[in-house]
Design a protein around this ligand. Structure first.
Ligand code: SAH
Length: 211
């Protein structure tokens, strides 16, 4: 497989959807999505599919990763200094985010997936990406404050820790509610929050505790 060429074709399809941030698309051009899949699924890596990664979890669709990262960068008005991703999974979105932010923390609650992501990401050598094992509903207090928190798992509401760990002006992006909507929130001064709905979403559930 000439992965550079099939990746270019994927990026052009994403660009054609409209509204995508060019730095995000450049990062997706660089990250080899097939390396995050088991060999039997690698041939499907550049289609716009969510695919199984084990433990009942999935790798997000390229269009979902592109949209979420683009919304974040647009809402922040540029490159974030520090981002927290909830739900590392296989590590694909974390790698894409590491290409558009100064520093990325990504937390996963399933140890086997945290270790899978570590293996998948080793060859990419991303010194600005830190992988954490833990319950992301508690955020990552050691890395706070964050410019952005982005969740790849869906809950009824955003756990309070996520907003607490944002800097004022920072942006939270998470699939919330039933039916799920990708929802953005900006932390304003004085405990106020501005929120808006981005699009329909279908993410795996946010769960507490570490496995
Ligand atoms: N970011 C991945 C998507 C992984 S699916 C990608 O690039 O495709 C979402 C992940 O969220 C799953 O691996 C699931 O185990 C994890 N998750 C769910 N609840 C969590 C929690 N409370 N803390 C950390 N990870 C969580």
């Amino acid at each position: 497989m000439d992965s550079q060429a099939v990746r270019s074709a994927m990026v052009e399809r994403l660009r054609a959807l409209g509204g995508m941030d060019s730095a995000v698309l450049e990062s997706m051009q660089r990250v080899p999505r097939h390396l995050f899949l088991e060999p039997g699924l690698a041939a499907q890596a550049y289609l716009d599919n969510a695919l199984p990664i084990g433990h009942g979890q999935t790798i997000s669709k390229p269009s979902v990763v592109a949209r979420a990262a683009s919304v974040l960068l647009q809402a922040l008005g540029g490159r974030p200094a520090r981002v927290l991703e909830i739900g590392t999974g296989c590590g694909y979105q974390a790698a894409v985010l590491a290409g558009v932010a100064d520093e990325v923390y990504s937390i996963e609650r399933i140890r086997a997936l945290h270790e899978l992501a570590r293996r998948n990401l080793r060859a990419l050598r991303l010194p600005n990406l830190r992988l954490l094992l833990g319950d992301g509903m508690l955020g990552a207090p050691g890395g706070a404050p964050f410019d952005a928190v982005i969740s790849a798992a869906a809950g009824e509401q955003a756990p309070p820790a996520w907003l607490e760990q944002l800097r004022p002006g920072g942006v939270l992006l998470a699939p919330l509610g039933q039916p799920q909507r990708l929802t953005a929130m900006r932390k304003l001064g004085g405990g106020r929050v501005e929120s808006w709905s981005v699009e329909d979403a279908r993410f795996v559930p946010l769960k507490s505790g570490v496995l």
